[in-house]
Design a protein around this ligand. Structure first.
Ligand code: OGA
Ligand code: MN
Length: 291
């Protein structure tokens, strides 16, 4: 199938020409799409009327093994009854909007901090595929930052300083920053993971900064110095010239490379407007060699 890309930002992000991903299974088209991910970091597809099983099946065809645990499971049963498809919504089991003080709502508010998906797990998330099911009439956008352009724009001294550093990432930390409280039992489920500050794409050799709101300390550094450096790096990487804002339409599917970008949800009045998306995230594990 012929596929073309239209760049939406000076550094990254492309909209893909009309295609029905439910029907795409040939290796050649899938490899063209992977090439697009390597080049653009974020791909926008319009008019993708996925059901949950179709979205899951596409993610597996495209990028292999999907994540089968989601962070919010630590705080209770998920609405969809499956761990492979994450419920990115503001509604509860009864389909009604979550009240302002609902724990699940407050937990999800941390998606409004700059982050990458599942950097607090080993293996971390590689591609996230977010499908728009119910988009409110008010703006409720998602922003993306190009962490390759951000890395390349660092001064040489900073590049040298961070070259071999690692950070501890924890989802408990990014929630606690907003005042969310965990029980000891929940904390025991959320140990976190250690990740390098720099990632290299194995196909393009392009490097990116790998940081997130989950990053809470630099390994072998005193905690305060580490947090200051991480804060400076996030501020650098999210300057306007590195950021694309996605305005959602019903039926959009956006795929991003968590190893090359950060993202965050923009604020909207989620206690009044229904917004519902589904996310499937693949694991950052080696791909089988191409035929
Ligand atoms: C996500 C996420 C942000 C949003 O699905 O991983 O961070 O705008 N979403 O819903
Ligand atoms: Mn996310």
């Amino acid at each position: 199938m012929a596929v073309s890309f239209r760049k939406l930002h000076p550094h990254f992000v492309a909209e893909v020409s009309a295609i029905d991903l439910r029907q795409v299974s040939d290796r050649q088209t899938l490899e063209t799409l992977r090439g697009g991910m390597d080049q653009y970091g974020v791909l926008v597809f319009r008019n993708q009327p996925f059901t949950d099983p179709e979205q899951l099946a596409f993610a597996q065809r495209f990028d292999g093994t999907v994540q089968a645990v989601i962070g919010s499971q630590a705080i209770g049963r998920t609405r969809l009854g499956t761990a492979e498809v994450a419920d990115i919504s503001n509604v509860g089991h009864d389909g009604k909007l979550l009240p302002a003080d609902d724990r699940r709502r407050i937990y999800a508010l941390s998606n409004r901090l700059w982050h990458t998906d599942s950097s607090f797990r080993e293996p971390a998330g590689r591609y996230s595929m977010l499908s728009a099911r119910v988009i409110p009439a008010v703006r409720a956008d998602t922003e993306f930052a190009d962490m390759r352009a951000a890395y390349e724009a660092l001064d040489e001294a900073t590049k040298a300083q961070i070259e071999s550093l690692s950070a501890h990432h924890s989802i408990a930390y990014s929630r606690q920053v907003l005042g969310f409280e965990f029980s000891q039992e929940e904390l025991d489920l959320l140990k976190g993971a250690v990740q390098p500050l720099i990632r290299t794409n194995p196909r393009t050799q392009r490097r990116s900064l790998y940081i997130a709101a989950h990053a809470n300390r630099i390994i072998d550094w005193p905690v305060p110095e580490g947090r200051l450096l991480l804060g400076d790096l996030i501020a650098h990487a999210t300057q306007p010239q590195f950021v694309y804002c996605h305005v959602w339409r019903d039926g959009d599917l956006v795929i991003w490379d968590n190893l090359a970008t950060m993202h965050r949800g923009r604020p909207y009045d989620d206690t009044r407007h229904h917004r519902e998306l589904r996310r499937v995230t693949t694991l950052d594990i080696a791909l089988p060699a191409s035929p």
